[in-house]
Design a binder for this molecule. Structure first.
Ligand code: FE2
Ligand code: FE2
Length: 178
């Protein structure tokens, strides 16, 4: 892992773990922001709490792998803490459907990201690949739940979704590198 140089064909698994841990951490912060705003006991908050528990599990797993493999977290963690929470709170303030549209958008980008990683990993790291594949399936379930709860009926869905997806892509690229 430490022997990796730009231009090396082998996947940079330290960078992969770093960006995945950052993403799962960001997801927990988004849901924390949403749960801080949404009324307890609403159908949306119940679903979000369930998804948040799964994100905590994904995060714990990547934390463990990072510790075992001595990979440092992204230096941008404090930024993702604030930005994630703010995104969650802001979308929940717009309404429950906007909160769901946020999950829809984020999971679309995470799904794309995990698909790319699995292709890049190939047979190189079955342990990491198995986790990614398992979490990816759960992220797609989250997107289904969000759509069942009206994500695509949110006011301004196309713009909201495009903006959040663009933000996710930037966050992913930064967290791979910094
Ligand atoms: Fe996750
Ligand atoms: Fe998720």
């Amino acid at each position: 892992m430490s022997g990796w140089e730009p231009g090396d064909r082998r996947p940079d698994r330290a960078s992969m773990l770093r960006v995945n841990q950052a993403g799962e951490y960001g997801a927990t912060r988004i849901y924390a922001g949403q749960l801080a705003v949404l009324a307890r006991g609403s159908a949306a908050s119940h679903q979000i709490a369930r998804m948040a528990a799964q994100e905590e599990r994904h995060l714990a797993r990547f934390n463990k792998l990072m510790a075992e493999r001595r990979v440092r977290p992204t230096a941008l963690q404090p930024l993702w803490s604030v930005a994630g929470f703010a995104l969650g709170a802001a979308t929940a303030l717009i309404g429950e459907k906007a909160a769901m549209a946020c999950t829809d958008a984020v999971e679309t980008e995470i799904d794309r990201h995990y698909t790319e990683q699995l292709a890049e990993l190939g047979e190189d790291d079955p342990e990491l690949a198995a986790d990614i594949a398992e979490f990816q399936a759960e992220e797609l379930e989250h997107r289904e739940i969000a759509r069942e709860h009206g994500a695509q009926e949110a006011i301004g869905y196309p713009i909201l979704s495009a903006a959040i997806r663009a933000g996710c892509r930037v966050a992913i690229e930064l967290s791979k590198r910094i």
